[in-house]
Design a protein around this ligand. Sequence first.
Ligand code: ATP
Length: 277
Amino acid sequence: MKPVQVIAVTSGKGGVGKTSVSVNLAVSMAMSGKKVMLLDGDLGLANVDVMLGLQPKYNLADVIEGKCTLEDTLLKGPGDLLIVPASSGKRQMAELTQAQNAGLIHAFSDLHRSLDVLIVDTAAGIADSVITFSQASQEVIVVVCGDPASMTDAYALIKVLNRDHGVKRIQILANKVHNAIEAREIHENLRRVSERFLDVTLNLVGSIPHDEWLQRAVRRQKAVVDLYPNSISAEAFKTLAKKINQWGMPKGARGNLEFFVERLVSVDHRTLVSTAA
Ligand SMILES: Nc1ncnc2c1ncn2[C@@H]1O[C@H](COP(=O)(O)OP(=O)(O)OP(=O)(O)O)[C@@H](O)[C@H]1O
């Protein structure tokens, strides 16, 4: 099986549109012919399924508790997108024990699906699960909008990912912007401060305009790229998907989801080592 491109979508601050971005990027890539799986990695406050109006029978929490397999949880979205839902409101699921992490890794190794892309919608903030998913992914997209709190929290997340966890490249996605200049300013502000204090490359991967059609789609529990494909945000998501479709595949990955699983394991191992030291 061929390697899978794993992309974590995260944000620092909550409410900036991280889940909207994950869902619409995943649907756009799926509609362009890629085999895409979207994993709801917000283990405490999941809402990918709500955004797509789906009713999961099982979720990731059930997999971690050994009640079902990962395959049992899978839901179908537009463009044959596969969705792994998480459980909402189970605050105790927000942080996993080592044994639960191991169970999760096992569940992924057991999934025999041919995929091109895995998108992980992480929680907001700098919780351990956010760091673990980001570190295990080949690319990390940080969603930021123009308000100062969003930029401050995005920088705090970038700092932790870079300084403490060695993430060297981060993709910035400016959301809810009013023009291209605003997107460039958001990127430039973050880049300037990161270049001064950190050892990280910040790339502006794209921007999504503030769009009432997107809000309408959220209320109707559909992806804007599916419901209003000609809206300005849908067009921006399609452009973003095209750009990301051109990213290269990871080097050295040997099989389906193997790269992701291997990195999760090694992140786990490092955590164990640093706890023991
Ligand atoms: N480009 C956009 N234009 C207009 N509204 C947007 C845009 N992106 C997101 N929103 C709105 O912002 C709100 C928050 O979006 P979303 O739930 O995706 O954020 P989030 O960062 O995932 O939040 P949380 O951290 O709580 O999971 C939604 O009501 C959505 O309609």
